[in-house]
Design a protein around this ligand. Sequence first.
Ligand code: C2E
Ligand code: MG
Ligand code: MG
Ligand code: MG
Length: 275
Amino acid sequence: QVKEKGRAHYRFYQTYMESSFPNYMIMESHLRKAIEKEELSIHYQPQINLSSGTVDSFEALIRWNNRKFGFVSPGQFIPLAEETGLIHGIGEWVLEHVCLQLRNWRERGNKDVRIAINISPKQFQQEQLVDTIREYLDKYGIPAECLEIEITEGAMQDTQQTLSVLKKLKELGVFISVDDFGTGYSSLNYLKRFPIDILKIDQSFVREIGSSQKDSAITTTIIHLAHSLGMEVIAEGVEEEGQVHFLKEANCQKAQGFYFSKPKVPEELEHYVYA
Ligand code: C2E
Ligand code: MG
Ligand code: MG
Ligand code: MG
């Protein structure tokens, strides 16, 4: 009887560990097979041009739906992928599928649409990153200016290596944006030295626009900063109408967030792509 109880308990424990508790060892073995099992997909979130109301660009956000774990958020599995080196294969998968999506939208009539992809610091440190991007753009006949590379401040170390990769990306012709701007520890010095096109105002500032004078001041300042440096600026995490008004008043060019649309599968975004 004790044995029986023990087994039941073990079964409970195992299920608990494997389903709700992030058991990274088990999760890793599943993530390792995610590509071949076709468990990965990409959702796209529209970026709204605040003056025209049109959508000229989307951010690609990866999704993982696993038989055992269900939907795992990228906030959970991207760090795991980075630790285990799986990020390289996953990153390349994202790049290729974004190029395929661009080809699809372009062939069906929208030649100007742009997609932004997130690049983790680990990928950014890779020597062959720029070549890989060039190869996929060539393979699917995508002009470089249809692709945007989002890098966080954490990846932008003040080194010759960072400068050299960014310069090569710029020569290739892709757009370069700084994701979660204002939350990292970088000095403003890099804005002067690196060829950056776009600043993405982190959602932690945008969220408090209506309630915190400090956050609204920071948001306005980032918008001014971007414009003074000849960069574009986009606000992330916009959820309320009040935030949209504030951002328009402050001359912010673009915004993305649940107020406009959640990230969605391409089939649900046709009305934006072919407006
Ligand atoms: P991120 O690049 O800063 O992406 C923005 C995150 O905010 C996304 O979460 C998006 O779904 C969410 N979001 C968008 N609008 C709103 C809003 O109005 N309110 C709130 N509360 N959230 C909003 P998601 O998709 O869970 O991605 C989380 C992070 O995972 C991303 O942050 C990015 O750092 C990373 N990530 C996602 N896809 C990829 C990928 O393909 N490669 C890499 N390396 N990282 C990725
Ligand atoms: Mg991003
Ligand atoms: Mg962000
Ligand atoms: Mg982020």
